[in-house]
Each structure stands twice: as structure tokens, then as C-alpha cells.
Write a protein that binds this ligand. Sequence first.
Ligand code: F6R
Length: 610
Amino acid sequence: MCGIVGYIGKKQAAPILLDGLKKLEYRGYDSAGLAVRADDGEVSVVKAKGRLARLAERTENGALLQGTCGIGHTRWATHGEPSEENAHPHKCMDGSVTVVHNGILENYKELRDKLVRKGYTFHSQTDTEVIANCIDYYYKKYKLGPIDTIARFMMRARGSYALAVLFADCGDAIYVARKDSPMVIGAGRGEMFIASDVPAILKYTKRVYYIENYEMARITREGVEFYNIDREPVEKHAVRVKLDENAAEMGGYEHFMIKEIHEQPRAVELTLNSYLNGEYVDLSECKITDKFLETDEIVVVACGSAYHVGVVMQYVVEKLARIPVRVELASEFRYRDPILGKNALIVAISQSGETADTLAAVREAKARGIRTLAIVNVRGSSIAREADKTIFTYAGPEIAVATTKAYSAQLAVGYLLALEWARIGGRVDDVQCAAYIAELRNLPQKIEKILENKQSVQKFAAENSTVNDVFMIGRGVDYAACLEGALKLKEVSYVHTEAYAAGELKHGTISLIENGTLVLGVLTQSDILEKTASNLEEVKTRGASVVTVSFEGAKIPAEAEYAFTVPGTHELFAASLTVIPLQLLSYYVSLQRGLDVDKPRNLAKSVTVE
Ligand code: F6R
């Protein structure tokens, strides 16, 4: 939700800021803006509604903004509609403080009213303009400098923020502060960078500092000084990130989504290889012991696609390990006072590691003394740092807003955990474990095989891109795959799609089936395959066009107008394969409809607000 960047060095800031924002556009893209400080101290702001390209155009790729110190922002609107007025950066009333902000100031109304009483006026509907004026107010009232001022603001602010602030009368320096919204600081030679996410600055430096909650920093060309909320200096060391800068580039593909779909074999392979040692699961890299995993109650908390991984895990873990698994939407879990046994284990799944609700669920569990285990893709992210233990997925940077490769890598970790719980509980012996692992090791090449045959999905998408309603039905892990397939089709193609447990359709929803409704059945679970096939017959009788996704060579007792097949695997791992044609379908339907597949409307990649 919103991306922020900053640069201070010897080069012109604006082109570097635009370049960084380009890498962060996945975080929000309804408007963007830059603030650059000229040599005479004057801070110029340029903003544009719409995509970053408009801002680049307006500033002639940054050439119109002269100065070597600046901040930038790409917005996902929370307070105030997407407009130029509401775009960041925001200045305080007299222009002496300039702010970019990622997060939500929850008590902004109260602070705004107070500032209005003090004579401040406002031009936007944003909480960020309140921050700019509030900082200005404390700066002028106490006259104790930027760090003291920002600390005072932090003590009064409720909500989340990553802030970058320029003070007109404090020389060339960028001041930053953070609570619950991500921010990294990059260290170069005679130049420093700030960004919401590492890929935005990888091109310039691989040395980064992580700033913690309730910390502030003063950044100059010479380096960075950190402070806690009591204004005391904090010592920190830069870490070297291992990410490859090209991983966040398109690499010859037309879109990030299709690139990332194609990166799935590698993401799954790398993730599996990182935690497999011959025929055993080995989580020692994550310092996870059997004792840590021992539990009689697993609660998965996650949002969106990560939640769908949890649904797959529920089927797989319960079947293999016979431990009860509950899967909860993190946004519900955090507020419903859940009942948790002392020996429960919370498993938080998140690509970004910054999803506000999932992070809050981790904190809620920790506050109750419950163990937390995170499955996260982004190193250094809040969830990774706050959970008791973290298993990283090796998907690499995921840029397309719709997740694909991170979902697949999360599934791989879910299977490994299921096997570990089964082994610890004595539910599988070494021979069985080795057989499951051998099958897992085959998944990457099977995904590759599906991708080689993507033309069939492309053709189907071309013929069906005008469809209005789609239902995806299945049972067991097939239902879990449908949940993910339906979300993909909705979010990137804007096609109304519902996932239904196949047996549930007739309890109401079947009344929506009419001539031309597309019903896609996923059928890989042999013991319940005939039941789903019967459900497909029921909708066909009512006019639906039926499509199936099944294992190659399997006999499907339902006649379909179109049949996609995927290589066979162990039925418990089927979602890793059946989801691939559904991802491809979403991608190609979106292209057919002429949509922006990497940046669907109203969305943002990292959901750092509730
Ligand atoms: C859908 C999608 C989202 C995310 C969700 C959680 O394609 O990407 O539903 O899965 O916002 O995000 P993370 O995994 O970053 O916590």
C-alpha cells in the first residue's frame, strides 16, 4: 500500500526517484509525486494523477526537477480519492515541511481538528497533510530540531506509518520514521537511499539497514544516524542483501505475471531443495526443532491467496499427520478473541511479510504466549522478524500484483511441514516419507510440462474471454485450488468468478446457473471424483458450459466441452499442478480483455492497512 523512495547524494535525485518508484508501483498506482530540494533549499513538488508514466512525462523524466536530495511516492488511496491534490508529497501550510507517507494515521481527524483550532488550513482530504502540519506545529512550538519533533508526532500518532520528511531549514537531510509500515535504508558511496522495499534500490546498493518500529533516522550524504522514540542514538549495522537486481526486471516477458508463472518450477525447486536433505525434510536452517513443531492444534492465519495455501494445508496436514488444522482469515482472527490452547501453533503465511492483518494475528498470538511460525517470501519483513520462527520461500521478488510463484512456493513449504508433523507423530515411516519426497521433487518438472502446453489455455481464453460468470468447483484439495483459481480470474480479468465446494452448489447457488454460465470442475481426488462429475452433470442440465481440469489419463465420468489435463501426482499435492492452468487462464483472459494484468484496478501488492 503506497511506495516511498528517497535519495540523497551527488547525482540528480529525480531520475533515481522515478526509477525506484517504478519498482514500487506494484504497491499502489493511482497517483505519484516527487519532492526535490534544490541547492538554494527550495523544495519543489510535482504530482500527477494516474500511473507513474504521467509523472515521468510531466517532469520530462525528472529533468525538470533539479537537486540532489529528494523523496517520492506512489499511492494507493486510503483517505481521499485518487487525485492530484491528494497525491503525495504533502507540504505543511507554509511549505517548510514536506512529507511522503505509507500507512494510515488513525487519529487524523482528532489531530486535524486540533491543528485547525491552531490556525492551520488544509488543501487535501488526506491523513498525510495532517502529518505534515502536525510535524510543522511541533517543530515551531518546541524548536528542538527534527528528531525531537518527529518523536513528539510519533507519541501522538495512532496507526501505521513509514514517513520520509524534508525540513526546508535543516540543510540537505532526509528524516524518516517507521511504525508498522515497511522501510529500508540503502547505503552507497557518498549517497543514501530509502525505499519501502529492497528491489527499488538494488540497482544502486546491496547494503541495507532495517529500521524498526518507533525508530527514526537522519540521512545525509555521509550516512545515517538512528534514534529511538526517546531521542537516544541507536547503533545499527548494514546487512548485505542477496537478491539479484535482475530478478525484479521483466527479462524479455511481456508482463511480470507471465514471467512469474514461468518462474514457478524454479521457485518450487529452490524452496524444496532448501529444506530437503536427501530423503528427509531438514528445517535446521530455520532453527526449527521437533520440539518447536510438536502441537495438537495448528491454526493457519493468512489473507487472500496465502489463506488459500492454508486451505490446502488443512487437507494435507490433517490427512498425513492427523493433527487438527484451523484456517483463519487473519482479518477475522485478530478481532474475534479466538480460543487457542496453550500448545497451539500459529502458522502465518505471507508473501510480503507485511500484510497488516497477518502481522496483527502474529502479535495477538504472541501476546497470548502462543508459538508462531511464519512462511514468508520477503527477508527482513515485519512478519519474518516478529514470528518465533520463519521458513522463507525461495520465490524471489514477486512484482505482479496477483501472486503466482509465491503461492506455489508456499504450497511447497506447506507439504514439507505436513510431512514433518506426520513424521514427528509417527504417522509416516522413513520409506513412506522418502516416497512423498520423491514425488515432491518431481513437481517442478511437471509444472514445466504444463507451461510448455500453455497454448491450449490461451486458445480457450481467446474463445471465452467475454464470459460473464464462472464457477469453479471441486472437492478436497481440488476445492482449495478452485479458491485460488477463482481469485486469480476475478482480480486480473474482472470476470465474476466463484469457487464452490462441489457438493455445496446445490444448496442455493445453483439458481445462478443459466445458459452460457461457465462451470469449471477440478477433478483429481479419485475417491470423490465421481461425485464432482455428477455435480457437473447437474449444472450442464441447467445450461452451463462445462470445463474440466484433471490428471492425464484419468477417466472422468463427465462430458466436458473443454478438458485440460495436468501430469498425475500424489493426490494430496494436486493443487500445485491444477492451479497452473487456472493462473494461465486468468492471465490470457485479462490480455484478451485489454486489461493491465500486472496492475489490476483498485489493488496493491502489499496490503499494509487493515
Ligand atoms: C492475490 C494476492 C493477495 C495476497 C494477499 C496476502 O493474488 O496476491 O490475495 O495473497 O494480499 O498477501 P501476503 O501474502 O503478502 O500476506
